[in-house]
Design a protein around this ligand. Structure first.
Ligand SMILES: [Zn+2]
Length: 478
């Protein structure tokens, strides 16, 4: 047993309740259950322990770096979202970058199993035996062709990455894996597929109550995504669209300031880290300690990190290519604040609108911001050179109200913040690579992570500068 597998010093029941608290709030409040009919947290928690999930990978994908990155990220998310996961993984040596380097297993299946157990020590995680029998209720398959096993569960969703393109769905047309140096599409496809598995769980809960015909709004929210494709370059959703140019062997981000070591920062740093070619130095600003609900969606954190300061924990996992020094304080009180004009990039993922406004007023050269609320994931880009675009403060008019609302525990799910953080990482890469700079986001992108396939599931550039914003008043603008 590696040191990361040591169980945390809390009882199983206390751990499980804390761990799933925010996701159960999500399950009760984000899908549109008829008024007064949402299941209780107790019902949902019991149902979660009756919902075994299978994660499998095709033989071609388990050999490739992109396939392994997609698989390991899917395992990471599923181990946080579900207590029972069976892994069906052909023997292969791990060739991808280890997102958590303290887990030492040389094989893909060993790494995935140790990772899952290190995330949730009380989970029931195992490798599929030689009989190949499992009673899974939902399957996530990395890749699309050449399934090893005939007897799959009643629901199956595929996840595939092709360079900048993410492909997810229950009925995807077959496409070969494509080896490239860019796993971002694969990581995003894993997050959307994990969301589809969670929807399958919620459909299972709803079907016990309503039978086959779900109430109309709930039916829309939980309908499986048939075939969804998203280019992280220009956000087109064309299933047969281009995969985009490959990445250069080295990408230098210069001096960065990461504001918050929260769920989205974990996901963004994860995305940048596993590319194995992204270099940066700078600071991460975060005052808080890691708790159980955080662990449920912070993709670089393990159970042994509970109770630690989030900033230093993230800085440690970002090594060796991303060298961050942790400032264990809020942004407003941090010394890094006064050096913000010297950074090349401010990565903002802070769940605290007044901090976002403070960052914007300090005028960093480039802000890439990520946020999530309910089913929505947002990413926006704010450049000093682009004064015609809305600033971060334009988005945060009601910051004081939002701050009060944030005192309530938020309803959130690992897959949503994972998508927001990975979109943020994509924008960071685009800004730093000359060949893809033309594709950088002008203003804001919003994604309905429950139904990205709907007509308005992915929208761009809805925001314009707000007339009464600080950035639009000439006298105050430095
Ligand atoms: Zn503004």
């Amino acid at each position: 047993m590696s040191p990361d597998l040591a169980p945390p010093s809390v009882t199983e029941s206390a751990f499980v309740r804390g761990f799933h608290d925010r996701s159960l709030r999500y399950a009760r409040t984000v899908p549109r259950w008829p008024a007064g009919e949402a299941p209780t947290g107790e019902e949902l928690l019991a149902a979660l322990f009756r919902f075994p999930v299978l994660l499998s990978v095709t033989c071609a994908d388990v050999e490739s770096v992109v396939g392994q990155d997609t698989l390991v990220f899917a395992a990471n998310l599923l181990a946080r979202m579900f207590p029972i996961v069976v892994f069906d993984i052909p023997e292969a040596a791990l060739v991808a970058v280890r997102p958590i380097s303290s887990i030492a297993s040389p094989s893909v299946s060993g790494y995935v199993l140790d990772l899952a157990r290190s995330i949730c020590p009380f989970g029931d995680f195992r490798l599929l035996g030689s009989t190949g029998e499992t009673a899974s209720l939902a399957d996530l398959v990395v890749g699309q062709g050449g399934n090893r096993r005939q007897s799959m569960g009643p629901f199956r969703v595929h996840a595939t990455g092709r360079g900048w393109r993410a492909l997810t769905g229950v009925g995807l047309p077959y496409r070969n894996v494509q080896e490239s140096g860019n796993s971002l599409g694969g990581l995003v496809s894993a997050a959307f597929a994990a969301m589809e598995v969670y929807k399958a769980f919620l459909r299972n809960v709803a079907a016990r109550r309503y039978g086959k015909r779900l109430p109309p709004n709930l039916a829309v929210d939980l309908e499986p995504v048939a075939a969804f494709s998203l280019s992280l370059l220009d956000y087109d959703r064309d299933l047969t669209g281009s995969d985009g140019p490959d990445l250069p062997p080295r990408i230098d981000l210069g001096r960065v300031l990461v504001i918050s070591a929260g769920a989205m920062a974990n996901s963004a740093i994860y995305g940048l880290r596993v590319l194995g070619r992204v270099f940066a130095s700078g600071h991460v600003v975060e005052p808080k300690l890691l708790d159980g609900p955080d662990l449920n969606r912070y993709v670089l954190m393990l159970a042994t990190d509970l109770g630690k300061l989030k900033g230093p924990a993230l800085a440690e996992r970002a090594l060796p290519s991303l060298r961050l020094e942790a400032a264990n304080t809020s942004y407003q009180e941090s010394a890094t604040r006064w050096r913000v004009s010297s950074v090349d990039l401010a990565l903002v993922g802070v769940d605290h609108p007044p901090s976002r406004i403070a960052v914007q007023r300090d005028n960093p050269r480039l802000i890439v911001n990520a946020a999530s609320e309910g089913r929505m994931a947002y990413v926006s880009r704010h450049s000093l050179k682009d004064s015609g675009s809305p600033c971060l403060e334009c988005f945060n008019e009601y910051a004081q109200e939002a701050e009060r609302a944030a005192a309530e525990p938020i309803a959130t799910l690992a897959s949503t913040s994972a998508i927001a953080g990975l979109l943020q990482a994509s924008e960071v890469i685009k800004a730093a690579v000359p060949l893809s700079r033309a594709y950088r986001l002008r203003t804001q992108l919003e994604v309905n992570t429950l139904r990205p396939d709907l007509q308005y599931g992915v929208r761009m550039g809805l925001m314009v500068p707000r007339a009464n914003c600080h950035c639009q008043s000439g006298s105050e603008r430095a």
